[in-house]
Design a protein. Structure first.
Length: 352
């Protein structure tokens, strides 16, 4: 195994931070910032095994592909469900981020959900290595999000963060560069989409796809009754006649559809607080709870959390990018953040 001195490795490579999300994958290029935001979707030709499209182009194909093209999401609930497709997606993203191919592969920092198994961590590392990375550093997403939000992760102060993504919700109490308590629940944005689709199917006898359900959530999704009622028009297939039909969906419909999933997230947050050391809980009462991820944009969620938890709730700036911004800060000073990493590879700065 050939070892490359650190200064040479940094000079001849372009290091990358990746938020490998169930719904979207974001890429941070050291020295430039966030360069890619793509849906985590890959279209594969089943006849040839070749990748047809990745990202936004592949997402447009969901539900519209012929028999020989399969548009898939290779990450389910935050972890790799299809290793080879994930590898192809990472290779595409790494090459697109770097532009011209540098002499050495990049050092890559990847965010993963808290509490995933060693096997799942190894799958992420192997996929990145096979995609061209010379070194892979793993960080838990709530820790990366806290770093990206510039929270005091290294101080002797308890900080609570809720990261509501596409596939999972990460709840973590952080202090002194480590996670004191955490819980990962498989209830997040995708679950809410499924709730909406199921509700519309049962109440209106209309069949809609995940894409339409997500559009409904964005348009009229709310967890508390708004001052001005919201409504949107959707189209789907009538399950009785089999023909297309158009209906109006209101915020009340969505609120009823997602209420049980939202309640389960709040219950998980309460469980983390109940098991936390008293001093950390006191810090959380003073500092409040920080909410990030796409779920932080759901209307009324901060108000509902404040009402249920009896502590201040803060939605971080640009919640969709906090994890990838955290990986970028780690890249800028790896030694400073070495202790927050789940796995620092084999301790070398470069290996072939």
């Amino acid at each position: 195994m050939l070892r490359i001195p650190r200064n040479i490795a940094e000079r001849f490579s372009r290091d990358i931070g990746i938020d490998l999300g169930t719904a979207n994958t974001l890429v941070y290029l050291k020295g430039k910032g966030i360069v890619i935001t793509e849906p985590s979707v890959v279209a594969v030709n089943t006849k040839t095994g070749q990748v047809v499209a990745v990202g936004a182009q592949a997402k447009d194909m969901l539900g519209r592909t012929p028999a020989h093209i399969n548009a898939v999401r290779p990450l389910v609930e935050g972890v790799i469900s299809d290793f080879e497709v994930t590898e192809e997606m990472l290779r595409y993203l790494v090459q697109k981020a770097q532009g011209s191919q540098p002499p050495l592969g990049p050092r890559v920092v990847i965010g993963v959900p808290s509490g995933i198994t060693n096997v799942e961590i190894r799958a992420v590392r192997d996929a990145a290595k096979n995609a061209g990375a010379r070194e892979v550093l793993i960080v838990e997403e709530p820790m990366a999000a806290a770093i990206g939000a510039r929270l005091p992760v290294h101080e002797a102060v308890g900080t609570m963060l809720i990261d509501i993504g596409g596939g999972t919700t990460d709840i973590a109490l952080i202090a002194l560069g480590g996670i004191v308590r955490s819980k990962n629940v498989r209830v997040a944005g995708d679950t809410l989409n499924q709730d909406i689709a199921s509700y519309i199917r049962s109440e209106f006898k209309i069949l809609i796809g995940d894409r339409t359900a997500e559009d409904v959530k964005i348009a009229v999704g709310t967890v508390v009754k708004p001052i001005v009622p919201l409504q949107t028009t959707i189209r789907g297939r009538d399950l009785v006649t089999g023909l297309p039909r158009e209906i109006v969906i209101t915020d009340a419909d969505v609120r009823e559809a997602i209420s049980s999933s939202v309640a389960s997230v709040i219950e998980a947050v309460k469980e983390v607080i109940e098991t936390a050391p008293p001093e950390v809980v006191a810090d959380v009462m003073r500092q409040g709870v920080y909410v990030t991820g796409g779920g932080a944009l759901l209307r009324g969620l901060p108000e509902l959390l404040a009402q249920e938890l009896k502590v201040p709730i803060h939605v971080v700036d640009d919640p969709l990018t906090t994890v990838v911004r955290g990986t970028g800060l780690i890249l800028e000073d790896v030694e400073k953040y070495r202790q927050v990493l789940v796995d620092d590879d084999d301790g070398s700065f470069a290996s072939f």
